[in-house]
Design a protein around this ligand. Structure first.
Ligand SMILES: CC(C)(COP(=O)(O)OP(=O)(O)OC[C@H]1O[C@@H](n2cnc3c(N)ncnc32)[C@H](O)[C@@H]1OP(=O)(O)O)[C@@H](O)C(=O)NCCC(=O)NCCS
Length: 372
């Protein structure tokens, strides 16, 4: 089989930081106003008082300290509690395509490739700003790439599934250089009035270039050794927003938002993740000691520590399983790619590594890599 490499990566970071403290301050002000307004119903037992959030809880329970967002003002305004931004018309590329252009250009530069080389563009992410035409086709136009382009969504595993699709397309001869982009514009899916989830997501965009090893001139390329994908249906992480919504008489208040049963996700998803990674290592006859680095999905630090410990049989160091979610929060499919992007250059030729995402579906994507 033809050897395929990841020859470049890119990262677009939005300009605005929202710290836990800013988020909690807005949330608690909203809660105080709500409780004052509904004091009588609360006292009579008709409704329950809303409890306050806490920055300490957020950091302890998730490892998140801050997140980047495209539009900050509305999020931290207790009277708004959502990102507010003008709707773009047909003449302007939507935010996701705009982010994707930045990340794609960086990835091309890192791979020593030009846009003329690209003949496959995949936009793989958790939310699409529109149903069609595919964002990827608009990105293809904005970049001036040839070939074909499409969107795909496997929630938090979109990036690794997208990379696997790119690998298969190059292997089959359908494409020669693929650009996989993960514009995660996650802040609009967050219910900032929900204490359990108001802190979870941030916005970001990552990109990777895949090509045959024989065409690669990049300084920091990783050969794809194997790719393993797994899905298993669960209702525990959902977003129910749909184009059919306007056909229904009534919709639940939380309809447009991300929602999850966090504890159940922990309990059910982690064994699948550990099984996918350990069985992949076994199939490849790689000992756990031989894996130099694991770029894991970045949703929750406790999940990463647990998974790494189960796999290694001991605690992982930050060098072995780098964490970026303290700075970025959960960035859905982009998380493991940010970790890769930030920490792949120090590996030596022959070093083995794992790129693994996990999330809604449930879905797990695991790619075994070796530094060229
Ligand atoms: C969301 C998550 C951080 C919550 O952490 P947790 O340890 O499970 O916390 P719980 O939801 O059990 O809540 C623990 C307590 O803190 C409280 N709490 C919840 N949110 C709070 C907040 N923002 N501030 C203060 N307290 C809070 C809860 O009410 C609960 O109180 P109780 O014990 O009195 O009932 C965690 O479950 C998680 O990250 N799960 C998986 C996430 C994931 O990977 N999702 C995939 C998406 S891609």
């Amino acid at each position: 089989m033809t050897d395929i490499v990841i020859s470049g990566s890119g990262l677009y970071v939005p300009p605005n930081v929202v710290t836990n403290e800013e988020l909690v301050s807005a949330y608690n002000t909203y809660v105080d106003a709500f409780n004052t307004e509904h004091q009588r119903e609360i006292e009579s037992g008709e409704i329950e008082a809303l409890p306050q959030s806490s920055a300490e809880f957020i950091e302890k329970a998730s490892g998140i300290r801050a997140r980047y967002v495209l539009y900050k003002d509305g999020i931290v305004d207790p009277k708004v509690m959502r990102p507010m931004f003008p709707k773009r018309g047909e003449e302007q590329a939507p935010e996701m395509v705009e982010m994707a252009v930045h990340a794609a250009k960086q990835a091309l530069e890192a791979a020593n490739k030009t846009v003329e080389d690209v003949d496959l563009v995949i936009v793989a992410c958790s939310n699409m700003q529109r149903s069609y035409p595919a964002l990827a086709v608009e990105l293809q136009k904005e970049l001036g790439a040839g070939g074909y382009a499409y969107d795909m969504n496997v929630a938090c595993s979109s990036a690794t599934f997208g990379i696997s699709n790119a690998i298969a397309s190059i292997q089959s001869g359908m494409a020669s250089v693929a650009l996989v982009v993960n514009p995660e514009f996650a802040s609009p899916q967050v219910n900032y009035k929900n204490r359990d989830s108001h802190f979870i997501f941030g916005d970001v965009c990552t990109a990777t270039i895949l090509e045959k090893k024989e065409t690669c001139t990049s300084e920091h390329a990783f050969k794809v050794i194997a790719s393993k994908l797994k899905t298993s249906f669960s209702n525990n992480i959902r977003c129910d927003y749909s184009y059919t919504d306007h056909c229904h008489a009534e919709l639940p208040d939380d309809n447009p938002f991300f929602k999850q049963q966090g504890r159940k996700v922990f309990k059910e998803l982690l064994p699948i993740v550990v099984d996918v990674i350990t069985s992949q290592l076994k199939e490849l006859e790689w000992s756990v000691e031989s894996v130099r680095r694991m770029w894991l999905h970045q949703a929750n630090i406790n999940m990463n520590l647990f998974a790494a410990k189960k796999i290694l049989g001991r605690d992982a160091t930050d060098d072995e399983a780098p964490i970026i979610l303290d700075e970025f929060a959960n960035t859905a499919s982009a998380g493991s790619i940010i970790a890769y992007h930030r920490t792949h250059q120090d590996l030596m030729a022959g070093d083995k590594a794992i790129l693994c995402s996990f999330g809604a579906g449930y879905s797990v994507g695991c790619i075994a890599l070796e530094k060229c």
